[in-house]
Design a protein around this ligand. Sequence first.
Ligand code: ATP
Length: 241
Amino acid sequence: MNHPLIYLPSVDNTNTWAKEHLDRFGALGAVYSTSQTAGRGRLGRTWVNAAGQALYYSCVVHEDLVQPETLPLLSCLVTAKVLHGLYGIDCRIKWPNDLLLDGKKIVGILCEGVPDKGAWILGIGINLAQPQSYFDAAGLPNGASLLTSGVPVCAERDADVLAAGLTEPGFSAVIPRFAREGIAPFLSDYRTHCVNLGRHVSYDGGEGTALDVDTDGRLVVCDDATGERRIFTGEVSVRGV
Ligand code: ATP
């Protein structure tokens, strides 16, 4: 199927732009840019932007979803697989919504709902061509890009290729089933990619060992103080990988 893919030379924020232009997107349309000026993270955090050196991509889903809160998990999995297919790199997922390469963050994901329009926006930022000096200067010692990971990269070209691949086969191959069944059919794949399982994690309100991701997309933790606990996506930021 042909999904609309809109390129913008620069934009404040692709998620915001998508929200403001929902009528421009058909089924699984997407907008992308290599220059974003106002990146956002979860829980009011900032996503640091690099003019012309990264991909900022937002895909619009207009379907009824049985489990929208697990969209960040699905988005991580799709992005990891697209990156593997195109570049042969093995990103690990830091639950719920980050991708790490060699332990450093290369992708950030922010999924947002537009309830009155029945739409969901899957926002994905992928660091492409920033050198290590960029991350050092930005105070992001744990940031990584394709370039810092040794992948030959041309930001403009790779942004085009990645945006196309994220849409098709990427999200188009999984959204219909995800809409009906939620994250469960994708969980075993997610677990295989998840860096947290079996490791000690800390979170607001506690720390413990991450044991599993359940069918609601929650991180199952054996809390050092209180025993089993299930953490919702969006509830906390998990540290310690
Ligand atoms: P974390 O657990 O890494 O703090 P989070 O999932 O709680 O992340 P996000 O909204 O996903 O929060 O990401 C925002 C965080 O990511 C920022 O607080 C910063 O630490 C880091 N960050 C911001 N911009 C970049 C970037 N371009 N590359 C890598 N990391 C970044």
